[in-house]
Design a protein around this ligand. Structure first.
Ligand SMILES: [Zn+2]
Length: 113
């Protein structure tokens, strides 16, 4: 059993959870479950430039030339990237690109293939 928080308004101990929201049956107060709860983490949705939902293992196409820091290389528009892995970071996608190796991309620069 998970311990549920007491109601922040009336301190009732009879709160219950419903779809990521805590509800107090005594004063009818509702509030969101804490960030970091499993329900919240699972709700994170990754979308490509066209608004399609991305998932681990998807193949995407790069929609614009992406200059690489340091090496001077460019990932050309239209490059296919297979088997992406979604990450929660300043970029969204970890992947490997033929000829470039391990790479980080932003979902706004790709489209689901
Ligand atoms: Zn309450």
């Amino acid at each position: 059993m998970n311990a549920l928080p007491t109601c922040p308004q009336c301190h009732s101990e009879f709160t219950y959870e419903d779809g990521g929201v805590y509800i107090c049956p005594e004063c009818a107060h509702e509030w969101k479950a804490q960030a970091g709860d499993a329900a919240e983490a699972a709700a994170k949705v990754y979308r490509d430039s066209a608004g399609n939902t991305l998932q681990d293992g998807d193949t995407v196409t790069v929609i614009k030339d992406l200059k690489l820091k340091g090496s001077g290389g460019v990932i050309k528009m239209g490059t296919k990237v297979k088997n992406i892995r979604l990450v929660d970071s300043d970029h969204d996608i970890d992947c490997k690109i033929d000829g470039f190796g391990a790479m980080s991309l932003k979902s706004e620069f790709v489209r689901k293939a």
